[in-house]
Design a protein around this ligand. Structure first.
Ligand code: BDR
Ligand code: CA
Length: 311
């Protein structure tokens, strides 16, 4: 069995990613929460609420509620006021853990040394903090999956920067320089695989409890993506990353590359500069991440349909 920590800034796609892991029999040993999409308190509540919906009692560890150094903005305009559409949910039974997420990451890296996988569908502050506290986690965490960055320079929070990296570029730089085994799934690859009108209609007609939850969670995001971001439908940044983590065959082209994070305060803050041609240039170095360039959309959607038929 595979053991995962899922690190969330809990909006709709983070919730769906958690459900994908559970539906695919991954042992989720912790949900850690980091600053990002919406108010921090609501991110924690969303994670607890999401677990209640599927009757699972996985520990939820609050952690960093702001980036290491920089200011950031939350993006309720993208995900709806409560992050999972325009509703604001309250967990009824579950409570968050007292232990800080960074400490939980270190403890779990020791408990599952050599087996633990870290799914970062969020800014990298919690993982950077854990690494700064205990460098040895690099050798103990088997794999780090990162939804973040842009390989062709097309961002979403600025013209060139993707949100997760932009929020805490200092943490991202620490993580990318640490020596983790990283696979990065960039925003400007993901937007090539949106959920089309036809697929959206299939989902709306499924009429399962899960599909109804999906539609309510994504309605706001879909409207925002298609009108403001001019995407032909809504993308699945976190869920595609998670699906690839579950089933590597969904990523049909990957390359190991050198990535530099721009953590300056300039207009290019959060940009991920990727040596796309592995050229022998003055700025480049040996690869520090594997980049996913193409995915099998059909296999990905099969995972989504399978999840929506869960109950
Ligand atoms: C990423 O930022 C957040 O808005 C989403 O949850 C996703 O992780 C996309 O840039
Ligand atoms: Ca996210």
């Amino acid at each position: 069995m595979r053991h995962f920590i899922i690190d969330c800034d809990t909006a709709e796609d983070d919730v769906l990613s958690l459900y994908l892991l559970l539906k695919n029999n991954i042992d989720v040993v912790a949900v850690t929460i980091v600053e990002g999409n919406i108010s921090y308190e609501q991110e924690v509540k969303n994670a607890l609420w999401a677990l209640e919906q599927v009757n699972r009692e996985i520990p939820v560890y609050p952690g960093a509620n702001k980036p290491l150094l920089k200011n950031y903005i939350t993006v309720e305009k993208v995900h709806g006021k409560g992050g999972i559409g325009d509703v604001t949910v309250e967990p009824k039974r579950l409570k968050a853990q007292e232990k800080h997420a960074a400490l939980a990451i270190i403890d779990l890296a020791n408990e599952y040394a050599g087996e633990l996988e870290f799914l970062a569908i969020s800014p990298l502050t919690n993982l950077a903090l854990a690494y700064l506290l205990d460098n040895s986690i690099v050798k103990k965490i088997k794999k780090v999956w990162v939804m973040g960055g842009a390989v062709f320079g097309i961002g979403n929070i600025t013209p060139v920067a993707e949100f997760n990296i932009w929020v805490d570029p200092d943490a991202a730089k620490i993580v990318f320089n640490a020596g983790f085994d990283i696979t990065m799934i960039p925003w400007d690859v993901i937007i090539n695989y949106p959920v089309t009108d036809e697929e959206w209609n299939v989902i709306k007609n499924m009429k399962t409890r899960m599909s109804e939850l999906y539609v309510s969670m994504y309605l706001h995001y879909r409207q925002y993506s298609s009108t403001v971001q001019k995407i032909n439908g809504h993308p699945h940044p976190d869920a595609i990353t998670t699906a690839i983590a579950i089933d590597g065959s969904i990523a049909t082209r990957r390359e190991k590359r050198f990535v530099v994070i721009d953590n300056t305060d300039n207009i290019t803050r959060g940009m991920t500069l990727v040596d796309r041609f592995d050229a022998d240039t003055s700025w480049s170095d040996k690869p520090n991440a594997e980049i996913v360039y193409e995915i099998n959309k059909k296999s990905f959607m099969e995972k989504i349909y399978d999840l929506l038929n869960w109950f």
